[in-house]
Ligand binder design. Structure first.
Ligand SMILES: Cc1cc2nc3c(=O)[nH]c(=O)nc-3n(C[C@H](O)[C@H](O)[C@H](O)COP(=O)(O)OP(=O)(O)OC[C@H]3O[C@@H](n4cnc5c(N)ncnc54)[C@H](O)[C@@H]3O)c2cc1C
Length: 460
């Protein structure tokens, strides 16, 4: 370590002490994300420009440090946690909107721009940036791109990848590369889709060209209480089969509703087993018609209560239950493993029934909620981290959930990424040939394994 002190001091002087942190307190701040994983970096670089990133990478290459990219650190899979020490390279301060072209419905941004700021800027011009991870007020667009973040609206509008037109990224040899519309050559192979969702393992994203769309004219919200998981599952399928694509279709199961009721005091019909929150958007007439169809379909499925509105303030009241999930669940137990599994919509009820059986078998509370419209369910395994036996049971229950999900033709990560937490489960989902292809892509981009070591791909 000592032999690295001199080059480090010189690097600090060149880049500026405020951008190169080495105190224990600072390093601790960048040692975790929202998952349970921890890893102390040796150095934190707070890059403000592309030149800062280049300088940091040249320093890392020369001095043999690993580099873990980081945005706001809101990731749930350990992606920004430096597993093998080295440098945490944070792009949070690269936070400028560089260009906004309302006519072409495009925006060019740096990776540290907060997702909500992109949505607000688009809205000022009557435009819409739909991806909306629930962390949108704090997460950075660079982290969203690196995780291909989803959200409530992806049932209708897709995920982050559907809005990325091109990228600028810095390679593991400290070179600038551009993809897609930033590349300037429409005939060249587009590497954008390899970078989106690469979880900081292939390069440091430094610019993002985003596509915007026209903002919907109006929206309507409807909250429906159901007497069983079966009726809620078939209602979701019937809504879609009727040709309605809701902009939001969120499900909450009984365990989630109980926790929210205890926290907020909001009461629902006594026999409620599950709740659906549906939003439809479009031109006002279409919204009215679609609300009516949803109401009728759910009524025919023995809905216990249907509340519907096109008024924004009223809608906010219907959203109260959904918005209070996190603080309500936090009261149930000190530990929570939040898995974001995804199954075909037709398998929703089967998944929820299987999770209920697993909860019983392992004597655990496992509340479920999530984006029912695209089958992406957050399975929350609650446990006491100080109880070793319960902690073990929680891990075993998670593995069982993954196995059930794969049996139902689903995927173990709908939106939170693989990172550390799901890396070793990739073998359950992907064939040796598929994993080997991923390793080859990693080697092609990063032959010396500089970026984010130990993430995403299990060792061969
Ligand atoms: C309350 C809460 C709700 C959430 N809801 C959702 C949700 O609805 N949908 C969803 O998809 N996620 C959700 N998340 C997870 C998380 O917010 C997203 O994964 C988000 O995209 C992470 O952004 P970040 O800036 O915090 O990235 P970080 O956590 O800092 O990093 C995430 C990954 O991106 C990489 N990375 C970051 N910046 C760069 C860069 N410039 N270049 C290359 N790689 C980079 C990191 O190495 C890491 O692998 C939620 C999290 C919380 C805490």
């Amino acid at each position: 370590m000592l032999f690295r002190q001199k080059p480090l001091k010189s690097f600090q002087r060149t880049l500026g002490h405020h951008k190169v942190l080495t105190s224990n307190e600072d390093l601790l701040t960048y040692s975790y994300d929202v998952s349970a994983n921890r890893g102390m970096p040796e150095i934190v670089v707070l890059a403000e420009t592309v030149d800062d990133v280049l300088m940091a990478l040249n320093f890392a290459i020369d001095e043999g440090y690993f580099v873990t990219p980081r945005g706001a650190g809101t990731g749930m899979s350990g992606g920004s946690v430096p597993l093998k020490k080295g440098i945490v390279l944070c792009t949070e301060r690269m936070n400028h909107i560089l260009e906004f072209n309302a006519d072409e419905k495009r925006m060019l941004v740096e990776p540290g721009v907060i997702t909500a700021q992109i949505q607000e800027e688009a809205a000022k011009h009557g435009l819409f940036y739909p991806p909306d991870p629930s962390s949108y007020k704090v997460s950075c667009i660079g982290g969203n791109v690196a995780e291909n973040a989803g959200g409530l609206r992806c049932v209708k509008y897709g995920t982050t990848k559907h809005y990325v037109l091109g990228l600028e990224f810095i390679t593991s040899r400290a070179e600038i590369c551009c993809t897609g519309t930033l590349n300037g050559d429409p005939d060249s192979a587009d590497l954008t889709s390899l970078l989106v969702g690469s979880e900081g393992t292939l390069g440091i994203i430094t610019k993002i060209a985003l596509r915007l769309i026209d903002a919907p004219q109006s929206s309507g919200t409807i909250r429906i209480a159901f007497p069983s998981l079966e009726t809620v599952g078939s209602s979701v399928s019937e809504i879609m089969a009727a040709g309605i694509v809701p902009s939001v279709c969120e499900l909450m199961d009984k365990a989630v509703l109980k926790a929210i009721s205890e926290y907020t005091g909001i009461t629902l019909p006594e026999e409620t087993e599950a709740l659906l929150l549906v939003e439809v958007d479009g031109i006002p007439q279409e919204v009215q018609e679609n609300l009516k169809v949803v109401e009728e379909l759910c009524h025919n499925r023995q809905a216990l209560e249907i509340l519907s509105t096109t008024d924004a303030d009223e809608a906010e009241k219907l959203w109260t239950l959904r918005r209070n999930i996190s603080p309500s669940l936090a009261r149930l137990a000190k530990g929570k493993i939040n898995e974001d599994v995804s199954v075909p919509r037709s398998q929703l009820t089967n998944l929820l029934n299987e999770v209920a059986k697993i909860a019983k078998r392992y004597s655990l509370t496992i509340p479920c909620f999530g984006h029912a419209g695209d089958g992406n369910i957050h399975v929350n395994v609650m446990f006491d981290p100080d109880d070793t036996l319960e902690k073990t049971r929680a891990s075993q229950a998670v593995e069982e959930v993954f196995k059930e999900v794969l049996k139902l033709n689903g995927t173990i990560s709908g939106e939170h990424g693989i990172g550390i937490v799901k890396r070793d489960y990739m073998r359950l989902q992907m064939s040796p040939a598929e994993l080997d292809t991923m390793r080859k892509i990693k080697r092609a981009f990063d032959p010396d394994a500089l970026f984010n070591p130990g993430k995403m791909i299990p060792e061969g």
